[in-house]
Design a protein around this ligand. Sequence first.
Ligand code: CMC
Length: 441
Amino acid sequence: MTDVPATDVQATAETSTDSLTVRDNRTGQSYDLAITDNTIKAADLGQIRLGDEGPGLATYDPGFVNTASCRSAVTYIDGEKGILEYRGYPIEQLAEKSNFLEVAYLLIHGTLPSKAEYDSWVHEITYHTFVHENVKSFMEGFRYDAHPMGMLMASVGALSTFYPDARNIHDAENRHLQMVRMIAKMPTLGAWSFRHAQGKPFVYPDNDLSYTANFLSMLFKMSEQKFEADERLVKALDVLFILHADHEQNASTNAVRSVGSTQVDPYSAVAAGVGALFGPLHGGANEAVLRMLRRIGSKSEIPAFIEGVKNGNEKLMGFGHRVYKNYDPRATIIKKACDDVFEVNPLLEIAQELEKIALEDEYFVKRKLYPNVDFYSGLIYEAFQFPPEMFTVLFAIGRTPGWLAQWLELVQDKEQKIARPKQIYTGDRTLDFVPASERWA
Ligand code: CMC
């Protein structure tokens, strides 16, 4: 290989202060890469090669720890400061002063609705809450003990077969209709997944009720003419939906975007999001927190449990976050709600003590591990008599507008391409195949 003088700069950017100069010590060659929005384009690294042939330089980033996959104007997070904003509005203000359907409108449309826009949005969502009767028979076909998240994932995916028009993702009106349908039908599918596990008949939507009150009716109504949910519960659940409504490029949103990048219909993309959310490292953590607290059993067992975590035996579920290196602002709101809901609750006392001990322990301090949204949400859900299997379903209903807002942004973004990461191949090459008849002889 011929030596290239170290000063030879192959400019990809106008040499300006908004650039990064990279020197490849294998060749001595330098490159200027443009910096935009504090990022470099990974594709710009492709020009850095050892010779004329072979692949260009790439980045290796399992789990996208330091890779931006899109530009997004939906949700802003400052993980160091513990800030979360939807379309620029602080989560604390939305949780206190808005409601879930207004927040859903905000996430999807980018601005707050006028009175007429809000009324029309609520009307549309309310009148799409019913599902085709065949969805009901489909859901009845699950085993008696099917996990409601598995049922939700399958039934959201199944909606794509009921609405084949949803494949027309390039038509704005069509996209709007599918988003309305999905936000409207998620509570119906979620509630029916719950009723199935209980062996109880499915309850049809009651369109006289608000979004959240109707969901509670479909969950808990029995023989009464009309189900009247406790207003405090309706309000609390609505706030929990708001807190979960979006969280920028988290694992499930990334799944929605990744599947959506193939230009498949939004039901299939959201089904992928539900699957990702099911995992215990993501939305399934709230269920895992409650099981963990039960297993710890009493405050006196906390030190031994913490030792086990520090020795790597298990994780302190509900702690830690890829982005937050501070208290998750959603956890602050939920913790306060816990104080309002519970007078005495042994599990809450264990959780509070566990948090106190962990926040003073060097292991957690050094790694900046704080309670996340899931640490206290399970306790609230349990207080409202939801079984743990339902916790992640509640998360999924809340997250649906966020998934859809991100999906909408994706399909309108000219820079987006089919998601297709690179790999570093570590396997064998050019082996000679020996047929089974010879290998086994
Ligand atoms: N308990 C004990 N140690 C932990 C925990 C925890 N909960 N979380 C992270 N660590 C340690 C981890 O072992 C690592 O230590 P070391 O540097 O010695 O190897 C260090 O902290 C950094 O962790 P990481 O796994 O590299 O961080 P990550 O960004 O890849 O993972 C996470 C983020 C949320 C998956 C992780 O913190 C975790 O597994 N937490 C428990 C599950 C949980 O509560 N998930 C809900 C997340 S919030 C809601 C949502 O988005 O769904």
